[in-house]
Design a protein around this ligand. Structure first.
Ligand code: NDP
Length: 293
């Protein structure tokens, strides 16, 4: 029998990550909505348990993938008496550095190590086992964590102490949000000037302004009008808040990040709660009277 590894949080990206973990290890899963954990266990040969404490009781290594560091803290607290010295928590959440340091301190009081391990590459990257994993933690803990994130990783980088992974992930996602807004506004103008949207995107993608947003997200979700839902606008707005705090803590003044954060907040006010992060372009379309298709 292979080693047991816990996985907590079977959401949009947690599920495909956990699938890879379940192929490589004997996975023990918990999810707040228990039916999802039961269905996952049946489909992927894992064991579903009734509480975070049951995961911690069964496994020396536990991976979390929850919305924010706050929910990670709740799960750590819920499992309180079950933690044992020598265990390792690998936090795949896009958390915040200060929250991660607090969670690491709580775990350290039980003799448990913490590594922040946020991911990039989206649901499709998770399905392909090709995520970029940004590890923050002490050298020995990070070295130990590598083999547990390997099943869903294309690239694994140790970027600094606890919290550094979450800081890097927040800046990465702020760049994603900046690109979405900048591409949306520019394309709306081009469409109004009579340039067909697809031709504009094709030319940009053969030029220096291209990005993941213009190469992948806009063709797949906006030009197609498919508006796929894989990563919520609410979660990217949360990442923008983390990025603002990272810049503030570092004493770096920013003009762009606060502007994009305000844009996301206003756009979310026009969209339903489950809207995808790219759907904020609907705000630009509505306000400019254009359709980028
Ligand atoms: P989802 O909203 O799809 O899933 C959230 C998960 O967290 C669900 O399993 C949910 O349980 C659980 N959860 C929510 N609140 C609580 C709580 N209070 N206690 C316990 N469990 C809770 O999010 P994603 O899977 O999309 O994202 C997870 C993390 O990964 C986020 O930090 C996100 O920013 C990050 N991320 C997401 C990417 C994506 O493409 N989706 C890409 C890269 C990073 P339930 O099923 O009961 O709702």
């Amino acid at each position: 029998m292979s080693e047991r590894v816990g996985f907590i949080g079977l959401g949009a990206i947690g599920t495909p990550m956990a699938q890879h973990v379940a192929q490589a290890f004997d996975a023990v899963v918990w999810n707040r909505t228990g039916a999802k954990a039961e269905a996952f266990a049946k489909a992927h040969g894992a064991t579903a348990v009734a509480s975070p404490g049951d995961v911690v009781k069964a496994c020396d290594v536990v991976i979390t993938c929850l919305p924010t560091s706050r929910e990670v803290g709740e799960v750590i607290a819920a499992a309180g008496p079950m933690w044992r010295a020598g265990q390792l928590l690998i936090d795949g959440t896009s958390g915040d550095p200060a929250g991660s340091r607090r969670n690491a301190e709580t775990l350290a009081s039980h003799g448990v190590a913490f590594v922040d391990a946020p991911v990039s590459g989206g649901v499709s990257g998770a399905e392909r086992g090709a995520l970029t994993v940004m590890l923050g933690g002490a050298d020995a803990d990070v070295a130990r964590a590598r083999r547990y994130v390997q099943p869903y990783a294309g690239k694994i980088e140790h970027v600094g102490p606890v919290g550094a992974g979450h800081a890097l992930k927040a800046v990465n996602n702020a760049l994603l949000a900046l690109n979405i807004v900048a591409a949306g506004e520019g394309l709306a103008a081009l469409v109004k000037l009579g340039v067909p949207a697809k031709r504009a995107v094709d030319v940009i993608n053969a030029s220096s302004g291209r990005s993941n947003v213009t190469e992948n997200l806009i063709p797949e979700r906006v030009l197609s009008r498919a508006w796929l839902r894989t990563f919520s606008a609410a979660l990217l707005d949360k990442d923008l808040g983390v990025a603002l705090a990272v810049l503030e803590d570092a004493g770096v003044a920013s003009e762009l990040y606060p502007a994009v954060k305000r844009f996301y907040e206003a756009a979310r006010g026009m969209l339903d709660a489950d809207a995808d992060h790219v759907e904020v372009i609907k705000r630009i379309e509505a306000e400019s009277g254009t359709t980028i298709e």
